[in-house]
Design a protein around this ligand. Structure first.
Ligand SMILES: [Zn+2]
Length: 309
């Protein structure tokens, strides 16, 4: 009888592969390098070969879930610029290799949200939104346990909600003032530098050649006024975005993940306070919480795709 789920998180540099029980318990995991040569045509075979190299009994596998860095509709990858995949049918290609039709694919941000629902901070909940505050700002929306893909696979692109309508900075998407230009790691640094130019205020970071989002967060925790102003602005816009999300899909929890969220309760409390300023009472029990699974969330969520079917 088939017993195990395989969750596969395909990133631009590494592929993370985890073996799970249907209860969400991670039994083992490993990584292989992502070979992006030749439009990524070796990636799926490399994953298949890694399973054979580890003597996995494929007849014991219920199915395989994939999280990929790009939009997906109906298990077809629309486009993954990092990997070279375009209109790429993972189910057909990988299913043929492993002789198993239970192959499911979704966008990595949705899959990270599903992961927190399967084995992390949002375990057991059905309506969950996750914001991954990293180099960029990814979003995953889970409604009634199902990821919202949308018409073109662009559902949950929370990072591109325009929050600054007046003085917005240029975003990679072409618009100005997207949440990503303020609350991602690079956005926080831009916010700090803009405030420094505007306020001509001294900061304990003035002597640093290179300033990271983490350094700004740490300086704010130490009471540096310019850094505190920066993080207050970031929290204001994140709180506003949480409000928009809460009245759109009414999640039980909004999970903050990614490197920036390692600032922990310091950032979380500020965002939660901003969110509570909005008065729409029916969504006031939405909780803002921190992610728990870190970089493993993708594997967990990919495995859950198999159970969701
Ligand atoms: Zn944008």
């Amino acid at each position: 009888m088939s017993t195990y789920l395989i969750g596969i998180d395909v990133g631009g540099t590494t592929v993370k592969i985890g073996k799970f029980l249907h209860t969400g318990e991670l039994l083992s995991s490993y990584e292989i390098k992502t070979d992006t040569s030749d439009y990524g045509k070796n990636i799926l075979f490399d994953i298949y070969r890694s399973l054979l190299d580890r003597n996995e009994d494929l007849s014991q596998i219920i199915g395989y879930g994939f999280g990929v860095p790009g939009p997906v509709t109906n298990n077809i990858v629309t486009q993954c610029v990092n990997l070279g995949w375009e209109n790429y049918d993972i189910r057909e290609r990988f299913g043929t290799l492993v002789q198993n039709k239970n192959v499911f694919v979704n966008n990595d941000a949705n899959v990270a949200a599903l992961g927190e629902l399967f084995g992390g901070a949002a375990k057991g909940k059905r309506d969950v939104v996750m914001m991954t505050l990293g180099t960029g700002l990814g979003g995953g929306v889970i409604s009634n346990s199902i990821p919202v893909e949308g018409h073109n696979g662009a559902g949950g692109e929370i990072g591109h909600i325009i929050v600054d309508l007046h003085n917005g900075r240029q975003c990679n998407c072409g618009n100005k003032g997207c949440l990503e230009t303020i609350a991602s790691a690079s956005g926080i640094v831009r916010e700090f530098n803009d405030l420094r130019a505007e306020l001509t205020m001294p900061s304990i970071l003035d002597k640093r050649k290179y300033i990271s989002a983490k350094a700004i967060m740490d300086a704010a925790k130490d009471g540096d006024q310019l850094a505190m102003n920066t993080i207050d602005n970031v929290a204001f816009y994140l709180g506003y975005a949480c409000h928009i999300i809460s009245v759109t899909t009414n999640p039980e929890v909004i999970v903050l993940g990614g490197g920036v969220s390692r600032a922990g309760a310091f950032l979380l409390n500020k965002v939660a306070n901003e969110f509570r300023e909005y008065k729409f009472i029916a969504v006031h029990d939405t909780k803002i919480i921190l992610a728990e699974l870190g970089n493993d969330a993708g594997m967990y969520g990919a495995a859950l795709l198999v159970l969701n079917g």
